[in-house]
Write a protein that binds this ligand. Structure first.
Ligand SMILES: [Mn+2]
Length: 263
């Protein structure tokens, strides 16, 4: 399991060498945000795609942002680093590959699951799996509509009665953007720092989850430094693109390995 790569291809190569990753017998789980801000997003996409079924990927907010630029003509933001991907000879193939990826993955035998930002406390893992599958189906059958309408902070909080694009945007926000949440499910979108100084009434999402047998792995929240207070919930984004490190955790043994950012 490797956290947010965000275009840090050299560090990914070094990390995989360090853990003796062998695509013939190992599976590489990636918590999403393969691209953006870092220097070599195109290389990351090509490499992960080349792993075929050995790579298990869930989409993160930066991946969705890239797809929205490609499929719905959204504008890039000043800090985005997508030019190389968008002008590559294999852009279309890469985007079709990326858009087919899920937003949640669970392995019953390993008792492990992942999504980019995590799973809100109101959802059981079965529900998360169902909602994420609904979303994936929607994205792949209504691609342009989805990406044209994807951005936005509402509706918030979740209500099981939502349908259509409202429902899809709400599921997207929990699985790819969540950090702080209120007991009623309301998300706080602006606060990105570590727990301690957030708005009153909000908690880190994992603090509201009851202990469960299946371990949850997530990325997205770089300021956590790879730590949560929960046994069984693992933060994997160790801020490589911000100059810190890229981290892998062996799902079976729990052993962690990090390589420092090379930039
Ligand atoms: Mn993210």
């Amino acid at each position: 399991m490797v956290g947010d790569i965000q275009g840090c291809f050299a560090e990914l190569e070094r990390l995989l060498k360090r853990i003796n990753f062998d695509k013939k017998k190992d599976f590489l789980w990636l918590t999403g945000d393969l691209v953006n801000r870092g220097p070599e997003s195109l290389k990351v996409l090509r490499f992960v795609k080349s792993l075929g079924d050995s790579a298990i990927v869930v989409l993160g907010n930066h991946d969705l942002h890239l797809l929205a630029i490609y499929f719905a003509d959204h504008d890039a933001r000043p800090k985005d680093t997508f030019e190389e991907i968008l002008s590559a000879s294999d852009t279309h193939e890469l985007m079709l590959w990326l858009v087919s990826k899920p937003l949640f993955h669970r392995d019953q035998k390993l008792q492990a699951c992942m999504s980019h930002a995590g799973i809100p406390h109101m959802w059981s893992l079965d529900q998360a799996e169902t909602f994420a599958a609904e979303l994936c189906e929607f994205i792949n059958t209504n691609t342009e509509e989805y990406f044209a309408e994807m951005y936005g902070n509402v509706p918030n909080p979740w209500n099981p009665g939502y349908s259509g694009m409202q429902r899809m945007r709400c599921i997207t926000n929990y699985l790819t953007r969540m950090r702080y949440i209120r007991p009623d499910g309301t998300l706080e979108f602006a606060e990105k720092g570590p727990p301690g100084n957030q708005h009153p009434g909000y908690e880190a999402w994992y603090e509201l989850r009851s202990p469960e047998e299946t371990r949850i792995f997530f990325g997205h929240w770089a300021s956590l430094g790879g730590r949560t207070i929960n046994e069984g919930i693992f933060a994997l984004d160790t801020a490589c693109v911000w100059g810190e490190s890229l981290t892998a955790q062996c799902i079976e043994s729990g052993v962690r390995t990090s390589v420092a950012c090379l930039a």
